[in-house]
Design a binder for this molecule. Structure first.
Ligand SMILES: NC(=O)c1ccc[n+]([C@@H]2O[C@H](COP(=O)([O-])OP(=O)(O)OC[C@H]3O[C@@H](n4cnc5c(N)ncnc54)[C@H](OP(=O)(O)O)[C@@H]3O)[C@@H](O)[C@H]2O)c1
Length: 345
C-alpha cells in the first residue's frame, strides 16, 4: 500500500511495511480542474512478490492524465496518484522477479496509475530495461505515445505504401510521432491542426497537406486533395468535434480509428453510417495491446529501434517539476503545447 501523510491508502501495489520510505507524490482528492493536483508526501512500502521499487527520474504527462484527473474516466480511485508512464532506477526487487536487478534503468507504462511520484512500486511485468543510447527524459516523453503509434500503424491497421491517411491533431504529442511513422511506411498523410505554428510542425513531421480544422471544412478539403475518393484510414484522437468529418472523409473499404477524445466523447454511431462505404470502426486502447508480455517487448523493441536509428525524431520535451504537475496539465489543456511534456523528479 502506498499511503499519504494523513495515512490514506493511495495505491495498492505492495504490502504496507514499517520500513516504508517517504517520497513526494501528486495526489488527487477530488476530480476537477488542474488545481486538484496537490503535491504531498507519501510513504512507499517494500515491493511485494513480482514487484519493483523504482526511484523515478522523469514522468511522462499525457492527455490521458487529463481525462483521469477531470473525472471523465472515473478510473482513478480517490485519493490517488495519476500518471501512467515514467523512467527510473530499480532500488529494490521483490521476490519472484526475473530479469531485473537493483540499479537497472527502466521505463514503464502502467494502466493502474501511480506515476506522478518520486518513488513508486510497480509490477515488473510493466517495466522494460532501456537501451543505453536512449536518455531518461526522451523515453519518459515518448514511451506511451510511441507504443500507441506502433499499435496504430502496425496492429490496429497495417499501413501499406501509398495509403492515404488523415491524422487529426497532427502536431500534438502522439500526432507528430504518428505522422513521421506513417511517412516512413510510405503513406500520404493529411494532417489537421489548430494554428499556423502547428501547421509548420505538422509539415515538418511529414504531412503532405495540412488542414486548419478550426476554420476549414475537413471533409471538403480531404475530397479536394484525394480527387473525390477520400482516405483509406483516419486516425482521430480529437473525438466529438471531428468524428462527423472523419466519417465523411472515408474512401470505400476504409478504416476509421478513434483513439482519443480531446474535445469530448463521441456520440453513439449507427452501423448504417459504416455501411455507406463498407468502413471499419475501431476504438483501441494501448494498455490492452501491451497486456501480454511478449507483445509489450516486441512493441518496445520496435519503438526503440526507430528511435535509435533516428527514424523517429522526438521534439525536445517541455520540462516541468514534479510539484508543477498542475501547471503542466493547464498547459496541455490550453492546446498551446507543441512538444511532449515531462515532469522532472
Ligand atoms: N487510445 C490510446 O491507447 C491512447 C494512447 C495515448 C494517447 N491517446 C490519445 O491521443 C491523443 C493525443 O494525446 P497527447 O498526449 O499526445 O496530446 P496532444 O495531442 O499533445 O494534445 C491534444 C491536442 O488535441 C487537439 N485538440 C482538439 N480539440 C481540443 C480540445 N477541445 N481541447 C484540447 N485539445 C484539443 C489540440 O491540438 P490542435 O491545437 O492542433 O487542435 C491539442 O494540442 C489524446 O486524445 C489521447 O487521449 C490514446
Amino acid at each position: 500500500v502506498v499511503r499519504s501523510e494523513s495515512g490514506e491508502a493511495v495505491g495498492s501495489h505492495s504490502v504496507w511495511s514499517s520500513g516504508a520510505k517517504v517520497a513526494r507524490g501528486i495526489l488527487v482528492h477530488e476530480y476537477g480542474a488542474a488545481q486538484v493536483l496537490k503535491p504531498s508526501r507519501v510513504e512507499v512500502g517494500s515491493p511485494a512478490r513480482g514487484d519493483l521499487r523504482l526511484r523515478q527520474t522523469f514522468v511522462g504527462v499525457n492527455f490521458h492524465d487529463v481525462y483521469v484527473r477531470s473525472g471523465l474516466y472515473q478510473t482513478l480511485s480517490l485519493p490517488g496518484i495519476p500518471g501512467v508512464e515514467g523512467v527510473g532506477v530499480v532500488e529494490e526487487v521483490g521476490t519472484g522477479v526475473e530479469g531485473f536487478e537493483t540499479g537497472d534503468r527502466v521505463g514503464y507504462i502502467e494502466a493502474h496509475y501511480g506515476g506522478y511520484a518520486s518513488e513508486r512500486l510497480l509490477s515488473a511485468a510493466r517495466a522494460i530495461r532501456l537501451p543505453p543510447g536512449l536518455d531518461d527524459r526522451t523515453v519518459a516523453a515518448v514511451l506511451l505515445k510511441g507504443l500507441t503509434v506502433e499499435m496504430l500503424v502496425r496492429r490496429v491497421h497495417r499501413i501499406r505504401e501509398g495509403d492515404w491517411v488523415l491524422v487529426h491533431a497532427a502536431a500534438g504529442g502522439v500526432g507528430q510521432l504518428l505522422v513521421q511513422w506513417l511517412k516512413n511506411l510510405g503513406a500520404h498523410v493529411i494532417g489537421t491542426v489548430g494554428s499556423e505554428e502547428k501547421a509548420e510542425l505538422a509539415r515538418r513531421a511529414g504531412c503532405e497537406q495540412v488542414v486548419m480544422y478550426r476554420r476549414e471544412d475537413v471533409r471538403d478539403r480531404v475530397m479536394e486533395i484525394t480527387g473525390g475518393r477520400g482516405v483509406d484510414v483516419v486516425y482521430d484522437s480529437v473525438g466529438r468535434d471531428t468524428f462527423g468529418a472523419s466519417l465523411e472523409s472515408l474512401a470505400p473499404c476504409s478504416h476509421l480509428v478513434n483513439f482519443g477524445q480531446a474535445s469530448g466523447p463521441v456520440e453513439p454511431v449507427a452501423l448504417a453510417q459504416l455501411a455507406k462505404r463498407s468502413s471499419t470502426l475501431s476504438r483501441p486502447i494501448v494498455f490492452h495491446y501491451i497486456d501480454r508480455r511478449l507483445a509489450f517487448e516486441e512493441m518496445c523493441a520496435s519503438l526503440f529501434s526507430v528511435l535509435e536509428k533516428g527514424e523517429l525524431r522526438v521534439e525536445t520535451p517541455r520540462v516541468f517539476g514534479l510539484d508543477e504537475a498542475s501547471a503542466a496539465h493547464s498547459f496541455l489543456e490550453s492546446r498551446a503545447s507543441v512538444t511532449p511534456i515531462v515532469l522532472a523528479v
